[in-house]
Design a protein. Sequence first.
Length: 354
Amino acid sequence: MVLVVYIAVILVAVVLFTGWWRVALAPFKIRADRMTVAKLGLRVPAEHAARVDSILSSFAGGFNAMIAAPSASAWERYCDTRQALDGPFAQEGAAMGYTVRRLFQFDAAKFEARLPRRYPGFRYLHHVGLGFWSGMRNHSPQHLAQVTANLDPLYRYLCYDGYGFKHGFFDYPHDPTSLRKLDALDGYARNAAYQGVGRALFFYFMQDPDLLSEHVAKLGPHAIDAAGGAGLASVFIFPDQMEVPLELMTRLPAEWHKDIHQGMCFGLKARSINDPEQFERDMARLADPVREAIYASIRECDRAETQVRAQRAEDGYQRWRVLVAQWMAVHIDYPLAAVKAPGPSKPRHQPVTT
């Protein structure tokens, strides 16, 4: 009997030490075969369906590798296998699985240390993924506020973006009233959540800009936030085919252009730090005026972030978005067509900051 107990203790210790206990989380894995354009009913042009399928598969793969693989580094190896286009989505999915892997225990300081600070090139995606998980868990606005309370004062708003994306992507197509939950969010968190809704709507209606405009317009005072989200998603999905988002964004209402421009800037900033070398290759394919408009906008994005961080204001994320939108309205022809008034004696190209 003593021997049996001894062996059982050893087996339990081995399972715990090696991480094999995580196979018990397998029921929480995402069915990748259900995350496709066809299964989700996304209105995606046929020529882009394989791209979106790969993005969705990478997101699911990152989540699954994070929660159910015995090795603590399996999710990193999985993300490393993805191509530059899909890698950020795998990172987002992995961040979504962060609290599942830790048996639903969350500590903001540990999250920041283990994901965004360790892999700063994906810091935006990690915060979005964390908020996506709160959406999947149907956390109340009050619970989500507790999750974000001690995160980076700017990037914590991206959790609300992820939360809004979940409701816009999985709930809204079946129940338009589901977005009412977002109205219970406090202050600018609500705006950030509708930015996520806009990203989701772009996935659903990228084939039909008129239908996209119709659904965004239904959001009333938050239509401009959703329009910004649509602009962000457009360039983030097509960083290597910028002609696609540039053409699509010209077909959205003029009153949203300032906010769409801001979203496009944020999306390109994110891509520029995900994989700087690939971003440079993608930008090299563009005409000079477009490329310089993008680099100038990213530099302004960095400058505005530095400014609002120095101010330490509670509404820093809002100021960040507003400053970028205002600057682009003055200096950049829509959509990212050219710099209107380049500064004196600046070089044509400056590497983006990380």
